[in-house]
Unconditional design. Structure first.
Length: 87
């Protein structure tokens, strides 16, 4: 759950940047896997390395706003609870 929370927070914190990247034909996803974190960067341009650097820097120097943390933590907790209740 913590890995998923972290990856969601990172993606959310980069949402403004990801919009500009999409306009330039680039995209990225940060995901939670059973054995760690996945990072996928795609597109075909010389700016791909810049996007990778921005995402990696954000992941390594990440600081979260308390309100955003609480919002996403609550959303994720409810999602897990719903899955648990449906089993």
């Amino acid at each position: 759950m913590l890995t998923q929370l972290f990856t969601t927070l990172v993606e959310e914190s980069l949402s403004k940047y990801s919009y500009d990247a999409e306009l330039a034909g680039l995209s990225f996803t940060v995901g939670s896997e059973s054995d760690g974190i996945s990072l996928m960067i795609s597109g075909y341009t010389e700016k791909l390395s810049v996007l990778l650097e921005v995402v990696l820097n954000r992941m390594s120097d990440f600081a979260v706003e308390e309100k955003l943390f609480e919002l996403l933590h609550d959303r994720l907790t409810r999602a897990y609870s719903n899955v648990k209740m449906n089993k």
